[in-house]
Design a protein around this ligand. Structure first.
Ligand code: KG4
Ligand code: ZN
Length: 340
């Protein structure tokens, strides 16, 4: 089976061909223009999706050496995300599907991240725990099968990526600040400053990062009267902030592993690119004899391969006729629980 995946839920325009669980191409075009605004501007995002989606889909087909006529179906992200951005991908998929008489599978973007561990082609057995950690989500899932998973815990306020970005802004760094903080932290001392680890001892799997953000704001106000003075301490501040975020993510994830008896942890979403998170999670996993799967960056960030992969699984396990109903719409809200 050969499936085209289309992902346009935020500021990445992506298309991918997956054939029998193997990624043949995964083209991702990131919209760098938002960096100058310090965040994603929804109207700008949808306009750029419109401009480049044809080209991105053509490139995905070409790189995979595939023709549209050979496709068995199209999978497209229909929720959650920016409504205008979602509509572009969905309508493009519907147009192609009508023209070539193909089934369309609407895919939940977060479910794409949850199952993205399968994109690495390494053995991955259910049940497992997935931490989806990005600019919009910080959620722990217990995953029993391709159709059965539950939320163990989630952030009560900011997502971890949002915390990196907002704290970066306080520190005068560019957007998105996550990769910049990661880089600066490499030459800093993570024990130099002590920042709060929100909810680290709570009896659940929830997260909270807004206290950390406030604490960094007060720390800056108290210690640096002149913004230029902060420059020399940036590596230490970044290392200390990063350690606070990454420690909570790791501790809670492995506590979830213990409580569910799972032996595999998958970490996905943009923040899983963080080098210290990868290092700390790997140390923990090795120490406990558990499997850790952190997909390559192209499968961690927003990408269409995860959408195509899940689309193929659904096409293989559901009567195809059900996917000839093109009446589904874009939905900006996430599915909170499986049966939501
Ligand atoms: O999944 P993603 O590409 O899209 C959204 O959720 O929008 O994640 C983007 C987030 C941003 O908040 C960015 O700062 C963060 O992932 N991020 C990182 C790193 N690379 C990206 N955070 C920490 N360390 C990194 N190396
Ligand atoms: Zn995402």
């Amino acid at each position: 089976m050969k499936v085209l995946g289309i992902e346009t839920s935020c500021d990445e325009t992506s298309a991918s061909i997956v054939e029998n669980g193997i990624t043949k191409s995964n083209v991702i075009s990131s919209q760098a223009i938002h960096n100058i605004f310090g965040g994603v501007v929804p109207e700008v995002a949808s306009r750029i999706h419109i401009q480049i989606i044809s080209q991105v889909v053509s490139e995905a087909l070409q790189k995979a050496g595939a023709k549209i006529q050979e496709l068995d179906g199209i999978a497209v992200t229909n929720r959650p995300g920016l409504i205008g951005s979602l509509i572009v991908g969905i309508n493009y998929a519907k147009g192609l599907a009508l023209r070539y008489n193909l089934p369309i599978v609407p895919i939940d973007h977060i479910e794409g991240h949850i199952y993205s561990g399968f994109l690495e082609g390494i053995p991955l057995e259910f049940p497992f725990v997935t931490l989806v950690v990005s600019g919009g989500h910080t959620t722990l899932y217990y995953v029993r099968s391709f159709v059965d998973y539950e939320i163990l815990g989630a952030t009560r306020d900011d997502a971890a990526g949002e915390a990196f970005d907002k704290i970066g802004k306080l520190l005068g760094l560019g957007y998105p600040a996550g990769p910049i903080i990661d880089k600066l932290a490499k030459t800093g001392n993570a024990n130099k400053f002590s920042f709060p680890r929100g909810l680290i001892n709570s009896n659940d799997f929830d997260f909270s990062f807004s206290g950390l953000k406030t604490s960094v704001r007060y720390f800056i106000q108290k210690n640096y009267k002149n913004p230029q003075e902060i420059e020399k301490d940036l590596p230490d501040i970044c290392a200390s902030v990063q350690e606070a975020i990454v420690e909570v993510l790791t501790v809670k994830s492995f506590r979830a592993m213990e409580s569910t008896n799972a032996s595999t942890l998958v970490i996905a979403g943009g923040v899983s690119a963080n080098s210290r998170l990868r290092e700390l999670a790997m140390l923990e996993a090795e120490g406990r004899g558990l499997q850790l799967v952190v997909p390559r960056l192209q499968y961690c960030m927003d990408n269409a391969a995860m959408i195509a992969l899940l689309g193929e699984v659904k096409l293989k396990n559901t009567p195809k006729e059900l996917f000839y109903n093109y009446l589904f719409n874009a939905n900006p809200t996430p599915i909170r629980a499986k049966l939501d």
